[in-house]
Design a protein around this ligand. Structure first.
Ligand SMILES: [Zn+2]
Length: 396
């Protein structure tokens, strides 16, 4: 009997289902196999420095399916109810936003047939994978390593890549400057593009990559003579690596706190070095047009035009009419009342403190009205090129 008993745990380990998130951008909470083909997975979310505003917008894990008889699986995603801007009850993940699956970590496709249980507030995800190893994620991942590899492969005399500061965990914060270096910058317009303030919003990284690729093409050669493009591609690399959502490693929202963070104050620099570094650079730079990119679950909008109405209307019209970007409103969304102390976003700070045209563009993850389907990374990359062209056009 003894040898057989000793083998039992080993057999169980080899013949069941395993789930891991111990890799870059990975995130999953406690999981349990509750039936032969059913696994429940808690989605951790992320709360801020005060334990508030837990947002549940990200999961990414690998599944090892080592059952002897393999067949369809069902993942039940739970703990999906969070809080947004101090309003409890926020729910981001539903059947509007099905996960993507990859069997090689490269090609990602949406999972069909998901169902949202409104009683249990849980998402049921049926999976019929061919391989024994696969990944599931809320949206297609875009890692910090991918950004660094992308920057490493870029070669152009018109591109400069700088490190403007370090994150909480000591990672480099990148700033790209793209312009024709043989012409003096003095007479050029200055455009700023910011991505990935919120770690889960991977769509913004694909847009940034598409924009940078296009800006370095021959097609953009003339534009580079007249415009300097500044790109802050990833504002929260630590969060991206850790599978975070919207707060830096100290728990500060990277798109709030722009009014109170003081780059000259050591305490500010310690708490939110990402904001401090970008703010310090923006304070001593020319800014003719600034845009921060974001994702939300449903719908899209542009805001920030109140003080620069003509430019905002033109920017909006160009995006709506000449690009693949879906903006269901008729015009830029009004800014609303001034933010409470410590709650200013980057574009509010650009507008109110720098007195320059600052904008935010939100793009949805759910089915896109203009595309008529769920958006994928190829759509974001294409839009990046369209966006760079549009920003160059409207600033001139
Ligand atoms: Zn965001």
């Amino acid at each position: 009997m003894k040898p057989i008993l000793a083998l039992l745990p080993l057999l169980a380990a080899c013949s069941g289902i395993g789930l891991s998130s111990d890799f870059e951008t990975g995130s999953a909470g406690a999981w349990e196999q509750v039936g032969p083909d059913t696994i429940t997975v808690k989605v951790p979310g992320q709360a801020d420095v005060d334990g508030r505003n837990r947002q549940v917008s990200w999961y990414h894990f690998q599944v090892a399916d080592d059952r002897e008889r393999r067949g369809p699986l069902v993942f039940i995603m739970t703990d999906l109810v969070g809080e947004y801007d101090y309003r409890p009850g926020a729910i981001a993940i539903t059947d509007d936003t099905p996960p993507l699956i990859s069997e090689d970590g490269v090609v990602w496709t949406h999972v069909p047939g998901v169902r949202f249980d409104t009683q249990a507030m849980a998402l049921h995800v049926p999976v019929n994978a061919r391989s024994r190893r696969f990944w599931l994620a809320h949206v297609e991942p875009y890692s910090h390593s991918r950004l660094e590899a992308f920057l490493g492969e870029l070669k152009s005399p018109d591109l400069a890549v700088e490190t403007i500061g370090k994150t909480v965990q000591g990672r480099d914060l990148r700033l790209l400057t793209i312009t024709d270096r043989s012409i003096d910058d003095a007479g050029k317009k200055s455009v700023w593009l910011m991505g990935r303030q919120h770690a889960w919003e991977t769509g913004t990284s694909f847009v940034v990559e598409g924009a940078v690729r296009w800006l370095l093409t021959d097609e953009a050669k003339e534009l580079r003579k007249r415009v300097v493009f500044h790109v802050l591609p990833m504002m929260d690399p630590d969060g991206v690596v850790a599978g975070g959502i919207r707060f830096n490693r100290n728990g500060y929202d990277v798109n709030r706190n722009w009014d109170t963070c003081d780059p000259a104050d050591p305490e500010s620099r310690k708490k939110m070095p990402e904001i401090a570094a970008a703010k310090e650079r923006l304070l001593r730079s020319k800014v003719d047009l600034f845009l921060t990119l974001h994702n939300q679950e449903r719908g899209g909008w542009l805001s920030g035009s109140d003080e620069f109405k003509e430019l905002g209307d033109r920017f909006y019209r160009e995006l709506q009419e000449k690009t693949s970007c879906s903006l269901p409103d008729k015009a830029p969304r009004p800014q609303g009342p001034p933010p409470a102390a410590g709650r200013a976003t980057v574009y509010q700070w650009v507008l109110r403190e720098l007195r320059k045209p600052g904008f935010i563009l939100e793009q949805g993850v759910a089915k896109d009205a203009k595309l008529g389907r769920l958006p994928v990374s190829a759509d974001r990359l294409r839009f990046g090129a369209e966006l760079a062209r549009t920003m160059g056009k409207v600033v001139e």
